[in-house]
Structures are given as structure tokens and as C-alpha cells.
Design a protein around this ligand. Structure first.
Ligand SMILES: C[C@H](O)[C@H](O)[C@@H](O)C(=O)CO
Ligand SMILES: [Mn+2]
Length: 428
């Protein structure tokens, strides 16, 4: 593979600078290539899915914007995903939701089977990707009053239990077929807009429902279960049944991965500060890396302080091996392929930056009480040439260097996405 001389030169200079601090950039890039990001399918179509396309998005989440070109079929979504993956260095995973089943059958969520996702498995095999999965406990007539697994009506509750059971089997099928463990993550929107009279009963019902969902043991090499908490949503401002404490307790007691979504806590609370504590007690962690702008707004992930802190915690705490890194954002106001590329490249780049810090020197300074050195090194390393290492990584991985990917997305928009807009107009 031929790499531009200026990129080689930049890398060589950066390598020397880092080597002076005992950081071997070649080794770092080898480790980085092993880090898989689970890119979420739902950025591609504003969380609409294919099963119930006329159903409004519900569950207290919202995709705002009307940028043209959202995927309308599995084929369109796969084409958009392929474009995005071609611009992102490394081999990764795709995170699917149940509503993205690819079938002509009229099938409800409780009746879903692996066969409804067979085309996704074939596509993942052809593209060298792993798959993760999520039951879709929203955007459905049976979730319209805001309750699913904790619903007071046993029949509705059972429907959602059956959907989650079916989802685990689909996850196990993904893992078995692809030879990569699938993480099946359960998130339910259940909660009250206003202060409840009874906080206990819904949580008792959710606990019992989860026990049923997880009753059947599955091969952990194929499927790992995760549970995702939330502080509040639109319409569940006062009380969410599956709060952080609820799932911390449930996950630790029942050996489930606990999913930390960056947008699911108080606005000044960070998930980076939770990782080292959780890791001491949990076998594994799932992340939903997101950017909450004042609330759980699911903005595209940028290179902000919290992203870098999450990456630092994973690297410094040696947690990459036990953490599944997923993304969770959906912005309908910009090109959706670009949104994936920006958020995913940033997440990988943040891990790279964290790996390029003088971790041992920082820890040693801290132990000696030399906080001056800790601060000085931290600040100076912010302008070390990690960009040159990133450029070299992109070049060696065969993906565009720096913003060159944007021209490819613009071309794809002109050739493919804008035609979708025209089709929609001509149908109207
Ligand atoms: C679509 C996802 O499952 C959803 O965003 C969930 O993970 C969440 O974070 C809800 O706020
Ligand atoms: Mn999430």
C-alpha cells in the first residue's frame, strides 16, 4: 500500500516525539485496530425501522430535522452503511434494533424469529462485521401509554416479555452465525410524566418481567444480555422505572452487562467517572456513546472533553477488554452518512488519543503527590501530534485521510441520497 510521503513524514516525526516518552506508536496502532465500535443502524433512518413504517417514533426519544435521503428499505440502509464503513478505519459491528427486520411477512414483535434477520447476517458476513441487537420496546400500539415490561396489564406485559425473549434468540443466532458475541441490550421507556403515587410496584413488575425474559440460559459466547437505565425522557420526566440504581442492582445480581448511555444521567453527571467503579463489580460494560446537549438530545458525538475522558478511563483502567463500545445518536438535520462517519471516527480517534498519553508518567507523578507534573504533562500532551498518527492510521487502513471523506459523502449524496428525495417528491 502506498502512503503519501507527507503522511509518512508526519508519522515519523510524531513517532519520535512519543517515543521520547516511552510510547510506541506502532504498538498503539496495533491495539487500536482491535477496538470495535458498534455503529447503530438507527442514525440512518431516524429510528423508523422497516416493520411499522407508518408508526411515529415514541418512547420519549426524538429525531429532529428533515435532511433529505433517509434510508427507506433494508437495501438503502445497507448501501448507506457500507458507504460509512468505507470511510471509517478498522473492522467494526452494526447494532440493529428489532424494527429493522428484513421480511415481507406481517409479523409482530413478539413473533420475530432469526429468519427475519437472515439477510442482515449474510450482509454482515460479506462485510466482515459483527452484529449487536436490541428489542424495540417503543413505537408500537402496545407501548402507547408509556409502559412495556412494567405494564400493569399482564397481557401487554407478556407481549413485551415475549418480544424480549425472541430478541435474545435473535442475538444468539447472530453470535453463533458470525463467530462474534452479540450484545442484546434491553431498554424500555416505561415511566410517568408526573410524580407517581407508587414507585415500587412498577419496579417490582419490571424485575419480575426481566426474570422471565432472561430465564433461558444462552451460550455467552453467542449472546450477552445488557440492561440500559435512564433518568428521564420526554413524557417520563418525573419517574423512569428502569433507573440507574434499578439496573445497577439488577445487572450485578443477575450477571447482566450494564449499559451506560452518556445522555441518561443528570446533565452534569458523566459516565466517564462511573467506569472504574462499575468495572470493579461487573463482568462487562456496554456503552452508548452519545452527546447530550442539555438533555438526552442524542447529538452526534464530537471530540469533546467527555468523549476523551471516556476513552481515557477505558485505556488507563485497562477496560477495553471488558467494555462493548456502542454509539447512540440520531441527528436528522445533517447528512446521515456523515453523522455516522463523524461520530464513529471521533470515538476511535479519542481512544487513539488516550493511548498516546504518558499514562505511566502521569500515574507516577500522582502517586508522588507531584500534581504540578501531572497537570503540566496533561496540558502539553493536548498539542502533541496525535493527528499525524491518526492520519497514518487512516492511510494504512485504506480510508480517507482527514476531511477527504467528506467529498466522498457529498458525491454519494449527489448520486444516491438526493435521488431518494426526488422520488419522494414525485410520489407526493
Ligand atoms: C434507539 C435506542 O435504543 C435508544 O436510543 C435507547 O438506547 C436510548 O438511549 C433511549 O434514550
Ligand atoms: Mn441508549
Amino acid at each position: 500500500m502506498s502512503i503519501q510521503p507527507s503522511i509518512e513524514k508526519g508519522y515519523a516525526a510524531a513517532k519520535e516525539l512519543y517515543a521520547a516518552h516511552g510510547i510506541d506508536t506502532d504498538q498503539v496502532l496495533k491495539r487500536l485496530a482491535d477496538v470495535k465500535i458498534s455503529m447503530h443502524c438507527w442514525q440512518g433512518d431516524d429510528v423508523r425501522g422497516f416493520l411499522f413504517q407508518d408508526q411515529e417514533l415514541s418512547g420519549g426519544i426524538q429525531a429532529t430535522g428533515n435532511y433529505p435521503g433517509a434510508a427507506r428499505t433494508p437495501a438503502e440502509l445497507r448501501s448507506d452503511l457500507e458507504k460509512a464503513y468505507s470511510l471509517i478505519p478498522g473492522k467494526h459491528k452494526l447494532n440493529l434494533h428489532a424494527i429493522y427486520a428484513d421480511t415481507n411477512e406481517k409479523v409482530d414483535l413478539d413473533q420475530l424469529e432469526p429468519k427475519h434477520f437472515a439477510s442482515w447476517v449474510e450482509w454482515a458476513k460479506a462485510n466482515g462485521l459483527g452484529l449487536d441487537f436490541n428489542p424495540t420496546c417503543f413505537s408500537h400500539p402496545k407501548s402507547e401509554d408509556g409502559f412495556t415490561l412494567s405494564h400493569p396489564d399482564p397481557a401487554i406485559r407478556q407481549f413485551w416479555i415475549d418480544h424480549c425473549k425472541a430478541s435474545r434468540k435473535i442475538g444468539a443466532y447472530f453470535g453463533e452465525q458470525l463467530g462474534q458475541t452479540c450484545v442484546t441490550n434491553v431498554w424500555v421507556p416505561d415511566g410517568y410524566k408526573d410524580v407517581p403515587a407508587d414507585r415500587m410496584a412498577p419496579r417490582q413488575r419490571l424485575k419480575a418481567a426481566l426474570d422471565e425474559v432472561f430465564a433461558e440460559p444462552l451460550n455467552p459466547a453467542h449472546n450477552l444480555d445488557a440492561v440500559e437505565s435512564k433518568l428521564f425522557g420526554i413524557g417520563s420526566e418525573a419517574y423512569v422505572v428502569g433507573s440507574h440504581e434499578f439496573y445497577m442492582g439488577y445487572g450485578l445480581q443477575n450477571n447482566k452487562l450494564i449499559c451506560l448511555d452518556a445522555g441518561h444521567f443528570h446533565p452534569t453527571e458523566t459516565i466517564s467517572n462511573k467506569l472504574s467503579s462499575l468495572a470493579l463489580f461487573a463482568d462487562g460494560i456496554l456503552l452508548h456513546v452519545s452527546r447530550p446537549m442539555r438533555w438526552d438530545s442524542d447529538h452526534v458525538v464530537t471530540m469533546d472533553d467527555e468523549l476523551l475522558d471516556i476513552a481515557r478511563e477505558l485505556v488507563r483502567g485497562d477496560l477495553l477488554g471488558k467494555t462493548h463500545i456502542g454509539l447512540d445518536f440520531f441527528d436528522a438535520s445533517i447528512n446521515r452518512v456523515a453523522a455516522w462517519v463523524i461520530g464513529t471516527r471521533n470515538t476511535i480517534k479519542a481512544v487513539l488519543r488516550a493511548m498516546l498519553e504518558p499514562i505511566e508518567a502521569l500515574k507516577a507523578a500522582e502517586l508522588e503527590g507531584d500534581y504540578t507534573t501531572r497537570l503540566a504533562l496533561t496540558e502539553e500532551f493536548k498539542s502533541y501530534p496525535f493527528g499525524a498518527v491518526w492520519d497514518y492510521y487512516c492511510a494504512t487502513q485504506g480510508v480517507p485521510v482527514r476531511e477527504a471523506w467528506l467529498a466522498e459523502v457529498k458525491r454519494y449524496e449527489a448520486d444516491v441520497l438526493s435521488a431518494r428525495g426526488q422520488e419522494a417528491l414525485s410520489k407526493a
